[in-house]
Ligand binder design. Structure first.
Ligand code: NAP
Length: 256
C-alpha cells in the first residue's frame, strides 16, 4: 500500500528537497507551509503523485491541531512525519522583538511538539518514521541567535529521547542537524552577513542525508564533516569556550 508522508516547510529549501526525494519513492504527500501559491506549484509539478496541500501558518496557536483535523477529514493516515518548518533570526536578544522570538518558539518548538504528539499514535501503529529537523545550533548556546539555538537544542533533546522511548517498536526517529545550508533561511534570519554563513551546504545534499539516515534508523544525522567536528568539539569543550567560539561567527559586524 502506498505510504503517506507529511512534510512541514515543504515550500522551499530542505523541505522542498525532501518533497522531491519522497515523491521519487512514490509516497503520497501532504505539504504544509504558509505560501499557498508555492505549494500549489509544487503539487502541479508532481502530476504522478497524490499531493494534498495545506496552507497553514504553524506559528499560530492551535495550528497543528487544524492540520491534524484536516488530514483526518481527508481520510488520510500519516506514515512519515517530517517536522522541518522553522526559522531563525540574527541579533542580540533585546534587539529582536519579543513577538518574533515567541513566534520562533511557537514554530520551532511548540508546533513540532504538537504535530509529533498528534501523529505519533498513527506512526506507531504503522511502524512509520519521524524526522525532526534540528541543527548544529543544537549542540551549544548561540549568542546573537540565542532563542534559535535554544529552540534547536530542544528539538534535538526531544527527538533523541523519543528515539530511545520508541526503540524496538519498529518506528524510526531521526534528528537531522544541518550546518549552514543554502536555502531561504539565511535571508529570513538576516544571517547573510555573519561569518557562520560564509560557507553553506547544498539543500538537496542535506535532505538526502536526512532521508537516508531516517530510513536506516540513525538517531542523529549531522551533515558535513566539519559540522560533525564542530558538534563533537562542543561536547568536549567547556561550555564557556564553545559559547565564545560561536559568538565569533554569529555576531554581525556593527552589532549593538
Ligand atoms: N538553512 C540552514 O542553514 C539551516 C541549518 C540548520 C537547520 N536548518 C533548519 O532547517 C529547516 C528548514 O529550513 P530551510 O533552511 O530549508 O529554510 P527555508 O528555505 O526558509 O524553509 C523554511 C520552510 O519553513 C516554512 N515556514 C516558515 N515559517 C512557517 C510558518 N510560520 N508556518 C508554516 N511554515 C513555515 C517556509 O514556508 P512558508 O514561508 O511558505 O511558510 C519554508 O517552507 C528549519 O527548521 C531550519 O531551522 C536550516
Amino acid at each position: 500500500m502506498t505510504q503517506t508522508a507529511l512534510i512541514t516547510g515543504a515550500s522551499s529549501g530542505i523541505g522542498y528537497e525532501m518533497v522531491q526525494l519522497l515523491a521519487a519513492e512514490g509516497y503520497n504527500l501532504i505539504l504544509v507551509a504558509r505560501n499557498h501559491v508555492k505549494l500549489q506549484e509544487i503539487k502541479a509539478s508532481l502530476p504522478n503523485q497524490q499531493v494534498v496541500v495545506i496552507a497553514q501558518d504553524l506559528s499560530l496557536p492551535g495550528a497543528s491541531k487544524l492540520v491534524y483535523d484536516k488530514v483526518a477529514e481527508l481520510g488520510l493516515t500519516v506514515d512519515v512525519l517530517i517536522n522541518n518548518a522553522g526559522f531563525g533570526r540574527v541579533g542580540a536578544f533585546h534587539a529582536l522583538t519579543l513577538q518574533e522570538q515567541m513566534q520562533m518558539i511557537q514554530l520551532n518548538i511548540a508546533a513540532l511538539t504538537e504535530l509529533t504528539y498528534l501523529f505519533l499514535p498513527d506512526i506507531k501503529k504503522r511502524q512509520g518514521m519521524l524526522l525532526n529537523v534540528a541543527s548544529t545550533a543544537a549542540f551549544q548556546p548561540g549568542p546573537f541567535m540565542a532563542v534559535y539555538f535554544a529552540s534547536k537544542a530542544f528539538v534535538l533533546s526531544l527527538t533523541e529521547a523519543l528515539a530511545e522511548e520508541l526503540a524496538g517498536t519498529g518506528v524510526h526517529v531521526t534528528a537531522l542537524c544541518p550546518g549552514p545550508t543554502h536555502t531561504n533561511f539565511g535571508k529570513v534570519a538576516h544571517a547573510e552577513n555573519i561569518k557562520m554563513f560564509a560557507r553553506t551546504m547544498d539543500a538537496a545534499v542535506v535532505a538526502k542525508k536526512g532521508w537516508t539516515a531516517l530510513k536506516s534508523g540513525k538517531q542523529v544525522m549531522i551533515t558535513g564533516a566539519w559540522n560533525r567536528v564542530g558538534a563533537f568539539a562542543a561536547k568536549l569543550l567547556p561550555s564557556i569556550v564553545a559559547v565564545k567560539a560561536v559568538r565569533t561567527v554569529t555576531r554581525v559586524k556593527k552589532e549593538q
